[in-house]
Design a protein around this ligand. Structure first.
Ligand code: TRP
Length: 329
């Protein structure tokens, strides 16, 4: 029996190259060795975007397309939509009985997001979404969760809740492990923070060649390097940090040239655009295949969700039995 992976994304925007190196690449690599489940977490997205359901609906498809575009193979991996699995909400309720408000209030990712969105008084759904994420992971008995590092507190909580559940009732749930990508998080084009839609500092997987070129043209570099004759410091340069990831072969040379004023920022950026566009070319091609076959994408999501719902039904049956609230066989 293959071990299982569960991972996924919120459909609040198209996915960007930060998602790609942080998680998507790993998913694609692992899908042949693990039974892979990919959740499009529309309910989790509602916790922050409940006023924009239309935007989320559109992005459910965009996120599915992005996953398929990077090489998720729908013949072997299962893509599904969170809201189509009501058992996740049910399991969330059972977990919530022994999750304390303090455990959630001190979660560093919750704190960071609350401050990013400017929340002072936290909504119940938002504060509690890590519990629902624990249900996402456990209802399908995932062993491994490939994620970016901002998700670690949620995996930690999941492990705690599983131990508590198994201890209180019956050891039927699996304690999952996080799998971090070997590539650290990509900074945004503005050099600050991470890539995020609201900061408008992202390169999307679906961006055209021209968009990529023009975004990289505008990316910040070493601000102490004013003219082409000044020596640069690649260690603090956003553009260089992308070279390291998307232009591995040339990055050593570029590093040395930058430090010795042997290459200017404009040429260095051109070079990066070329490398990045080469990475993105096959992704764009697969995306456009699926965009032209949107019925196929709908079927993938519909039948994927149906299959997952049947599995969820079985888990919840066992969960209720373990908790001791199953009244009729
Ligand atoms: N919280 C994740 C994010 O913001 C999305 C997500 C929802 C997820 N459920 C999950 C990730 C389960 C891994 C496992 O990107």
């Amino acid at each position: 029996m293959k071990k299982r992976i569960l991972t996924g994304d919120r459909p609040t925007s198209r996915l960007h190259i930060g998602h790609y190196v942080g998680s998507l690449q790993n998913r694609v690599k692992l899908q042949s060795d693990y039974e892979t489940f990919i959740i499009i977490a529309d309910i989790q997205a509602l916790t922050t975007h409940f006023k924009e359901p239309d935007m989320l609906k559109k992005n459910v498809y965009e996120v599915a397309l992005d996953n398929l575009a990077v090489g998720i193979n729908p013949e072997i991996s299962t893509l599904f939509i969170q809201s189509m699995i009501p058992q996740i909400a049910e399991l969330t309720i059972y977990f919530s009985m022994f999750t304390t408000v303090n455990m959630l209030k001190h979660n560093p990712t919750i704190k960071a997001e609350a401050s990013q969105y400017g929340y002072t008084d936290l909504n119940y759904g938002f504060l509690g979404y890590p519990v629902s994420q624990a249900a996402d992971i456990t209802f399908c008995r995932a062993d491994l969760v490939p994620v970016g590092e901002d998700q670690l507190p949620h995996i930690e909580l999941t492990r705690k809740l599983v131990r508590r559940f198994n201890d209180l009732y019956k050891p039927i749930l699996i304690e999952p492990e996080a799998l971090l990508s070997s590539c650290s998080r990509l900074v945004g084009l503005d050099g600050n923070s991470k890539m995020s839609k609201s900061l408008k500092n992202s390169i999307y997987l679906a961006d055209t060649e021209e968009e990529v070129k023009s975004k990289i043209k505008g990316a910040v570099t070493d601000s102490n390097r004013v003219t082409i004759r000044d020596k640069g410091n690649p260690d603090i340069c956003t553009v260089f940090s992308y070279h390291r990831v998307f232009n591995e072969n040339e990055s050593y040379n570029i590093y040395e040239m930058c430090k010795n004023a042997g290459i200017g920022c404009a040429a260095c950026k051109k070079n990066l655009s070329k490398a990045l566009n080469e990475t993105l070319a096959p992704i764009r091609e697969r995306r456009s295949y699926y965009e032209n076959n949107i019925k196929r994408v709908k079927d993938i999501l519909y039948f994927g969700s149906e299959k997952v719902r049947r599995a969820a039904d079985e888990t919840l049956d066992e969960v209720k039995d373990a908790v001791g609230i199953k009244y009729f066989k």
